[in-house]
Write a protein that binds this ligand. Structure first.
Ligand code: TRH
Length: 376
């Protein structure tokens, strides 16, 4: 059995822990040769517990499924380093742990897991080694990505078959479980998970005035807060408010598995960051991405890189790209959204084709396992 240590610092939001938790589970449950024992070090168990209710926030060490979860506290304990060490998003390992890694007769395989990007340069940087300045250790940069020359995307072994098995009956059970009535065929259901976004009021107004009844399910945090500001009063979790053709419904923060089911059940998903963005692609439903904003609008390069891969070969790419650009602050969402809705059936068919293409590539956990095997 090989031992893997995975280190995660929750900087802000849920992406860091969302990705690490997914990766930890996939490594521990992988079906290749040899078992893997995964120890996940997390500095913020409160945030973790939101997307994984099985976590006990005050417990320093706990087993959750097949993963050992340890609280990464300031006084880092003296522990034996694992055979493979994953530092997520350059989170800076404890110095004492690095020293212990250097003392091992065989140094661990040390990998820095990077953020996802569709930009071309990722292929050139994927798996580049970087020698540690004061020890014999070497760290490799591992980049997720959309091509076979990158580390790939996180995807559970049985994701596509589980997705296909999620039928109308399963969807109805899911809606009931989160307190939302089953679908009539009258409304368009839209999930809304976003950052502060100046396009939100215009989007909501356009829904109010649109020809199609629409139910917007708002995630706690920035989405529900902005809808509340637009309504002029605080929305309470579980509350439904109707204005014109729009119904807004504030939903609770869901577990990661329930959030997947939400994405599978909605007609359109507004997602953000990295992990929900990838899950929306596996969901095979039309989605609109708000990219994590960076200084000097640097994120537009990353947005453009994804759009050009995603829309390659699409006959009317502007229907999607105008909506995404407007949602990210460039353009008018009140023009782009009605056009997007008018083309929903085609966008959905296209999303199914895109997900099938992605599904042909090896997934990130298996790519990591293969890389480690080649190093030892
Ligand atoms: O929370 P995010 O904005 O995280 C971001 C990004 O990862 C970004 O790249 C990074 O730089 C920044 O954090 C620090 O969005 P993301 O990546 O979609 O992560 C959200 C996670 O929360 C994802 O795993 C899905 C999960 N989630 C639930 O489990 N339940 C919910 O109800 C919702 C809305 C999300």
């Amino acid at each position: 059995m090989r031992r893997w240590d995975l280190f995660c610092r929750v900087v802000d939001n849920y992406g860091d822990i969302g990705i690490c938790w997914r990766l930890a589970r996939q490594l521990a449950d992988h079906d290749g040769e040899g078992e893997i024992h995964v120890r996940l070090w997390v500095d913020d168990l409160e945030s973790f517990a939101k997307l994984c209710p099985a976590i006990a926030p005050r417990s320093p060490v706990q087993a959750v499924g097949s993963v050992e979860v340890c609280h990464w506290s300031t006084n880092f304990p003296s522990v034996d380093p694992a055979d493979v060490v994953i530092e997520a998003f350059a989170c800076e390992l404890p110095l004492t742990y690095i020293a212990a890694m250097a003392r091992r007769p065989t140094p661990p395989v040390w990998i820095n897991l990077e953020y996802l990007s569709a930009e071309d340069w990722v292929e050139d940087c994927h798996l580049l080694p970087s020698p540690h300045p004061t020890s014999p250790l070497k760290k490799y940069f591992f980049f997720p990505g959309f091509t076979s020359r990158t580390g790939g995307l996180l995807r559970e072994r049985d994701l596509m078959s589980t997705r296909v098995a999620f039928d109308a009956a399963a969807e109805a059970v899911f809606w009931q479980s989160i307190g939302i009535p089953p679908r009539g065929n009258e409304d368009l259901r839209v999930s809304l998970f976003c950052y502060e976004n100046s396009a939100v009021p215009e989007f909501l107004q356009s829904c109010v005035e649109g020809p199609t009844p629409i139910r917007v399910l708002t995630a706690p945090g920035a989405a529900t807060e902005q809808v509340s500001r637009w309504l002029g009063r605080g929305l309470v979790t579980g509350e439904l408010v109707r204005v014109g053709a729009l119904a807004v419904h504030a939903i609770p923060f869901l577990s990661q598995d329930d959030y997947d089911w939400l994405l599978w059940s909605c007609d359109v998903n507004f997602v953000r960051g990295e992990d929900s963005f990838v899950r929306a692609q596996w969901a095979q439903r039309p989605f609109v991405w708000q990219i994590y904003p960076q200084d000097k609008d640097a994120h537009f390069v990353k947005l453009g890189a994804f759009l050009s891969r995603f829309l390659h070969g699409v006959s009317e790419p502007t229907v999607i790209s105008d909506c995404w650009q407007a949602w990210n602050g460039r353009g008018r969402i009140s023009f782009a959204w009605p056009n997007y809705v008018a083309n929903l059936a085609e966008i959905r068919r296209y999303g199914e084709v895109w997900a099938c293409q992605l599904d042909h590539a090896e997934d990130l956990a298996n790519n990591l396992i293969r890389f480690v095997r080649e190093q030892v």
